[in-house]
Design a protein around this ligand. Structure first.
Ligand code: AMP
Ligand code: FE
Ligand code: FE
Ligand code: ZN
Length: 283
């Protein structure tokens, strides 16, 4: 049977509801040969996943998902085959997570101004004791749990989405800075879910071209939110700009209600291409 991998998976160290150990168990059940742990701004889920995967014949690809700002929008950048234990890199991630804490408090303050009383302590309790990177999906789930919204999507459209009243930006990284941060630890930088980029003012191709100039090496062609036509469009862009191709489910456990792990997967030859492009050395 062909070996396959899901290259976009979160854990409860960021905004999934599944622990690294649970993610590994579910990956095994789904018949995956590899998964990339790509938490937002933290790599603290990688070592526990590697320990859990020992003797399970599943490769844990060390990854991360950073946010970069472009004009009035944000993009997500995935990093693959990174040296996740690098001291300087870890320090930078810690700073990004500290800024996330302040931002979460500011979002709650703005929600409170709109008559929605949520406490930071409640948010921390929902995120769990091992939380490394607090984010909007936690806030969306708290709003849902408190009966303030009918579904998670509503949290974003009504309150905390990029154009919504309680939206607050995160740490400001440029695409170049995010890509350099990934490359500084031997990783390959990949544009995540291009579908989420706002194309009202600019065609997607222009943004992709700009990101390639800024150092991005790959594009996430396959993703749970894409239809076949969109994936085809992104694959054509990969070919046009000579970009590496990745794909993954972007599973957030039950954070977005449906468990997506293994629903999007890629053949291992794409993983090998990423490995070759990285500075990752086997021990
Ligand atoms: P943050 O990194 O804190 O800005 O939060 C980003 C998280 O929110 C990611 O997991 C996104 O997938 C999620 N997210 C952003 N917009 C939406 C949306 N409209 N519906 C559901 N989840 C979203
Ligand atoms: Fe997320
Ligand atoms: Fe993302
Ligand atoms: Zn993600």
């Amino acid at each position: 049977m062909q070996k396959i991998a899901d290259l976009h998976v979160h854990t409860n160290i960021s905004d999934s509801t599944f622990s690294p150990e649970k993610v590994v168990g579910l990956a095994k059940l789904a018949g995956l040969g590899g998964i990339a742990i790509t938490d937002h701004d933290t790599c603290a889920g990688i070592t526990p996943a590697i320990i859990a995967a020992k003797d399970m014949d599943i490769e844990i690809i060390p990854g991360v998902e950073l946010t970069a700002e472009i004009e009035d929008d944000e993009i997500h950048m995935l990093g693959y085959f990174i040296d996740w234990q690098d001291k300087e890199f870890t320090k930078k991630l810690k700073e990004l997570c500290r800024v996330r804490e302040e931002r979460a408090k500011e979002i709650l303050k703005r929600l409170n101004e709109q008559g929605i009383d949520l406490k930071y302590e409640e948010l921390l309790a929902l995120a769990g004791p091992g939380i490394g990177s607090i984010g909007r999906l936690h806030i969306a789930n708290l709003l849902y749990r408190k009966g303030k919204i009918a579904c998670i999507r509503d949290a974003f459209t009504k309150y905390i989405g990029n154009d919504s009243p309680a939206y607050v930006k995160k740490f400001k990284l440029s695409p170049r800075e995010a890509s350099d941060m990934i490359k500084s630890v031997g990783g390959v930088s990949v544009l995540a879910h291009p579908k989420t980029i706002n194309t009202e003012n600019k065609p997607l191709k222009d943004t992709v071209e700009m990101l390639v100039d800024e150092g991005v090496q790959g594009i996430e062609v396959y993703h749970s939110d894409n239809n076949t036509r969109e994936s085809k469009e992104f694959k054509e862009m990969a070919e046009e700009y000579g970009l590496l191709i990745t794909g993954g489910s972007d599973c957030h456990g039950l954070g977005k209600k449906e468990v997506l792990l293994g629903k999007v997967k890629v053949p291992y030859e794409l993983v090998e291409k990423l490995r070759e492009a990285s500075g990752f050395k086997h021990e």
